[in-house]
Design a protein around this ligand. Structure first.
Ligand SMILES: [Zn+2]
Length: 1100
């Protein structure tokens, strides 16, 4: 039920990222400061394990020296920083006054390696929390309690509009302009059900001050011009604004964004559930805006809402990182807070009165053509209202309890609801949700038949009774606490942001955020409670579930006329508005439309905004030292990192020997191979062991294009730990295979390898019932993901015929895979599929086709090396040799400095013929996802950097204005990756018109009417992603995965700096112009007459 609308869509690159995002909504991710070792690449040597430890010591000593040399000659813009921000913060005292704030509390939180300082602003009562931590990725966030009482979307439209210009920064759209004037690692704004939050993060001190100034002015002194309201909220306008006779239609960014959000059945269901479970106050309305209610909002109401809600007395400030607190306080007081007096914001949410008897309700949604079984598209779930989330320990207990009840194949609800295959998966809303004042717990199914409703209700009731009776096994409770320990130790790259969202809801209702951070206190208290009362958890289940009368059973079924009804209702609303207009009004609308178009088309003066300069960017990258070794002939890469006591193991398995007919099955193989049991463990025991001993074990398909040639790629499959970011991979080269990943606490390394050993040597594939459950869940997840990542499916499809890598990408991750999984899920007999799995296993889990990587602390590296070696010895005993099916295999050394060392095998496809193809997927969405992809050059090519800068510049200076501002889409732009330049739009009311916007973008670029400032801004924007922080667990991965070395990155970096006006013109002319380019086009969207009539389109 976490319904949050964000200002800029997070454009995830793959469906795996979507799954990760869903996970991270609920969980806390942790991070320790990164320590960049300036070690030299030349020190990388190919050695045996025995020499490893000594080697590292030696390397470090040599490079200690080198570091100083480097720093001297490079003059890196280094900031003088205290190495112990958290220690320094401990010196503050309660009662101390700092820049008009008073310190209330100072607390060391050793679990998270930080010191929390709580303050209040004397004059306004604004609340402040600072988390001092030795992490350079500093974060700022300000949140307001926003409690709308209607569904016009006023907090959401306000969130958009305040970012359109402010007193000190009156230019249009400073938010989007700052994206290109800063090295921010994160910028966005969120509207939740009861708060609105504005966070940013950056590693650069000057940048922090710049962004803080822009954010403060935006939220406290926005212009809120009528024109901004029209553009971002809603307006009536001629369909073609320059043609007064064209029909009037609704337009507006939020209007379209919400139409898109309401096309996603999962969000629709979550929204209804929340509205109906808390029917008496702000949770009964849609804070993002219901498409048909949005046109009831007036500009006056918007300004009023700002005056009453965006006030310091209703604000909570959060800062995080290693920058000094005093500077933040001073700037916030001087630039904003000192200009206000205290008010009583009166925004508290009253408790939801408890129902005396349970309720039932029903809603409808649009049918899903990609759903595995069209006759089973119902959702049913029971939602229970729990206690107030400000009771930290109770909330902690209930969220643990929720995991015990629902998560993994050993959970009672998994056994009772998922395994009998009554539905395809749990309902989209499942488990504990603490995003409202009173928490909730939900349990139910999606993808079920309507006839099974009573059965499902009975099972839910019966399961709760069983839990009250039997409780949980101790080992499962231990496994869960172990998981929590790993989560606290695992370091993510955006820890500040995770903290901000972790504390947001509780703090919003005046709970104590510091108490929430002291997770170990809760763990201790929890263990104590269990000891004192063995029925502690059962009593909770009795109280909160069995005896709880405040529960809602909500069912949802598809309605064939759903979209039609919605379209009709929109038409009626439109007619109602139009019929109230006089001729004079219509004339005014036309003129206002022209004015807006005029304002949007004007070259804008952004000189009032602060900006970093290209010279503020570090000229060189810190080198990540890795060491190559081998175990039983299998290459092993070691990367010493401050991983906080965790060991990360990955293996890349090439698919070069895999027969063609098995290719489509690879993603399925990956998703089931760690979930069906292995060795002496059945799948339940295996899941239990993984939870008890590891931070997760996973396998995922990979396609990685080569850095040097678009015809070459590697096919790999990877064993991999959870929580990975391998962003580099998508921008560089191509190979195919599977990536295996896992992580564990250092004490569990032998257990982790034992599990992999069993998976390699004796995986279980023969349990058809288990496979069916996994297939159904996977097909359902793919189908649900389309409306969320539609632009990625469009880009993938458009790139399909451009490179061999693109083709494989479509097979593994595109619409072809979605349809394939749908077919498998519909099969009544899976024996044929089961026969494929061991065949794939023979090729994939084969030491001949493998390479491994370990990231760990120096102490753990040599110990892990011993375990890798013995693991390899055990699996190599069963090694088989296969001939590559592809005739053209090229070997590339893994260590660039040693040609004789181990290599990766790339597939070369010199006969590949790129071709032009336009594909349309008709889907039941009210909005489109449009993409055009153009074949360009690989990473190592001299023009690659120009194309990267060009993509950013076209996005910021042309496409954003055309596609989002004028076109009304939620997002749109261009990006460069894997040798392909792609245009895309996200949740777009237009389809083929957007293709012409892409073309106009190219014309615009060719005209060359952009300034040096525009180029510099585009470079800043490219560098803010090139230099985005990499977690210790992922350091050294780009060279491991794709052979992308630090030298290549440095050369690319130098080329980026060197890009000139002439280079950009040349790149646009050479690669993007009609006649010169090889491109592909794809659109996902609703029925489209224009495309139907045009025979050049392939309609799917
Ligand atoms: Zn929005």
């Amino acid at each position: 039920m976490v319904t949050i609308w964000q200002h800029v869509p997070t454009l995830s690159t793959t469906r795996h990222e979507r799954a990760k995002k869903v996970l991270s909504n609920a969980k806390l991710r942790l991070l320790r400061p990164k320590q960049c070792l300036y070690l030299s690449q030349t020190q990388r040597t190919f050695i045996t394990r025995a020499k490893l430890a000594a080697m590292f010591r030696h390397t470090k000593a040599v490079l200690e020296k080198l570091r100083h040399v480097r720093l001297k000659c490079r003059q890196l813009p280094q900031r003088q920083r205290s190495t112990a921000a958290k220690e320094k913060a401990l010196h503050y005292n309660a009662g101390q006054q700092i820049h008009s704030f008073t310190v209330k509390e100072v607390v060391a939180v050793p679990d998270l390696f930080l010191t929390a300082v709580k303050l209040t602003h004397d004059k306004t009562g604004a609340q402040y929390l600072h988390a001092a931590r030795d992490d350079p990725n500093n974060l700022f966030s300000v949140q307001f309690r926003t409690t709308p009482m209607d569904s016009t979307g006023v907090p959401h439209i306000l969130e958009h509009t305040v970012l359109c210009g402010s007193k000190k920064y009156p230019c249009r759209d400073p938010f989007f302009k700052m994206l290109n004037r800063s090295l921010s690692t994160f910028m966005n704004a969120f509207t939740a059900s009861d708060y609105t939050m504005y966070p940013f993060s950056t590693q650069n001190e000057k940048d922090f001050q710049n962004l803080l100034s822009v954010y403060l002015d935006a939220v406290f002194f926005p212009c809120l011009r009528e024109q901004d309201f029209w553009q971002e909220g809603w307006r009536l306008e001629n369909e073609n604004p320059t043609d007064a006779s064209s029909p009037l239609v609704f337009k507006g960014v939020v209007f379209n964004e919400m139409k898109g959000a309401f096309s996603d059945n999962e969000s629709v269901y979550g929204q209804h559930l929340q509205n109906k479970l808390y029917p008496d106050h702000t949770y009964s309305v849609v804070s993002g805006g219901e498409p048909l209610a949005i046109p009831d909002l007036t500009w006056e109401q918007l300004k009023q809402f700002h005056a009453t809600h965006y006030h310091p007395s209703n604000a909570r400030f959060f800062t995080y990182g290693d920058l000094p607190l005093e500077q933040h306080l001073k700037q916030i007081d001087v630039e904003a807070l000192s200009k206000f007096d205290r008010i009583d914001p009166n925004t508290q949410i009253p408790p939801q009165p408890h129902w005396t008897s349970p309720r039932e309700d029903h809603v409808t949604c649009s049918p899903d053509p990609m759903a595995p079984d069209p006759s089973r598209q119902n959702t049913l779930c029971v939602s229970y209202m729990l206690g107030d989330i400000t009771d930290t320990f109770e909330a902690f207990t209930l969220s643990l309890l929720s995991s015990l009840m629902t998560s993994g194949p050993n959970a009672p609800f998994y056994k009772a609801l998922i395994e009998p295959k009554i539905g395809t998966d749990f309902s989209s809303v499942v488990g504990y949700d603490g995003s409202t004042k009173e928490a909730s717990f939900s349990i139910g199914l999606q993808g079920m038949a309507e006839a099974d409703s009573e059965k499902v209700k009975n099972i839910i009731h019966q399961t709760i009774c069983d839990i009250v009776l039997k409780g949980f096994e101790d080992e499962r409770i231990e496994a869960l606490l172990h998981k929590l320990e790993i989560q606290m130790k695992h370091q993510s790259t955006n820890f500040g942001l995770s903290l901000a969202s972790y504390i947001a809801s509780l703090w919003n209702h005046d709970g104590d955020p510091v108490e929430l951070l002291q997770i170990n206190n809760s763990v201790t208290k929890f263990r104590q409670a269990l000891k004192e009362n063995p029925r502690f958890l059962q009593d909770k289940v009795q109280h909160y579930f069995k005896e709880n009368t405040h529960r809602l059973t909500l069912s949802m079924s598809p309605d064939d006329s759903y979209l039609e009804n919605q379209a009709r209702a929109e038409k009626e609303k439109l007619q109602e508005k139009i019929s109230a207009l006089s001729d004079g009004d219509k004339k005014e609308i036309y003129e206002k439309g022209l004015q807006l178009l005029d304002a949007q088309s004007k070259t804008q003066d952004a000189s009032c905004l602060p900006a970093l300069k290209v010279s503020d960017i570090a000229p060189t990258i810190p080198i990540t030292p890795v060491l190559m070794s081998s175990a039983e002939g299998v290459p092993v890469q070691f990367c010493e990192q401050p991983t906080n006591g965790l060991v990360y193991f990955r293996a890349m398995c090439s698919l070069n020997t895999l027969p063609e007919d098995l290719k489509l099955y690879v993603p399925l193989f990956c998703s089931v191979v760690t979930k069906m049991g292995c060795g002496s463990l059945d799948y339940r025991q295996q899941a239990q062991q993984m939870e008890l001993r590891t931070g997760g074990m996973s396998v995922s398909p990979q396609v990685i294009s080569d850095c040097s040639s678009l015809e070459m790629f590697e096919q790999v499959s990877a064993l991999q730990a959870l929580n990975l970011t391998i962003c580099d991979v998508y921008t560089a080269c191509l190979s195919k295979g599977v990536l295996l990943s896992s992580s564990c606490l250092d004490r569990n390394v032998p257990h982790m390898f034992q599990l992999w050993r069993d998976i390699f040597n004796s995986p279980h594939f023969d349990d058809e019932e288990r496979l069916r459950v996994l297939v159904m869940m996977s097909a359902q997840e793919l189908s649900n993901g389309i409306s969320y990542s539609g632009h990625m499916y469009a880009v993938t499809r458009a790139s399909r015929h451009l490179t061999p890598a693109g083709d494989l990408h479509e097979t593994f991750d595109g619409m072809e895979q979605v349809r394939f999984m749908k077919r498998i899920a519909e099969m009544s007999d899976l024996t044929q599929v089961i026969r494929m799995l061991p065949r794939i296993k023979k090729h994939v889990l084969n030491p001949d086709n493998m390479r491994c990587a370990i990231n760990a602390t120096p102490q753990q590296v040599s110990e892990s090396a011993a375990h890798v070696e013995s693991f390899m010895k055990d699996v190599a005993a069963k090694r088989k040799h296969f001939k590559a099916v592809r005739p053209n295999i090229i070997q590339r050394p893994l260590d660039v400095l040693s040609d004789s060392g181990p290599s990766r095998k790339l597939v070369n496809d010199p006969d590949f013929q790129p071709c032009y193809m336009k594909t349309f997927f008709q889907l039941p969405f009210p909005v489109n996802f449009v993409s055009e992809s153009v074949r360009t050059v690989p990473y190592n090519h001299e023009h690659y950097a120009s194309l990267c800068v060009l993509a950013r510049m076209m996005t910021a200076k042309f496409l954003h204005g055309e596609i989002r501002e004028k076109g009304g889409a939620y997002g749109g732009g261009a990006k460069m990756g894997g040798g392909v330049f792609s245009f895309y739009s996200y949740r777009d009311p237009n389809s083929v018109q957007t293709l012409s916007a892409f073309r106009r973008g190219v014309e615009w670029a060719k005209l060359g009417q952009f300034s040096q400032q525009d180029i510099d801004e585009a470079k800043l924007s490219v560098f803010s992603s090139v230099d985005s922080p990499v977690a210790p667990s992922s350091k050294g991965l780009s060279v491991f995965l794709s052979g992308l070395t630090d030298e290549m990155k440095q050369r690319h970096r130098e080329r980026l700096f060197a890009v000139t006006h002439a280079n950009l013109l040349d790149a646009a002319e050479r690669y993007l112009c009609a006649g010169h380019k090889t491109c592909g086009v794809a659109i996902l969207g609703p029925e489209n007459d224009c495309i139907k009539k045009d025979p050049s389109w392939v309609v799917k």
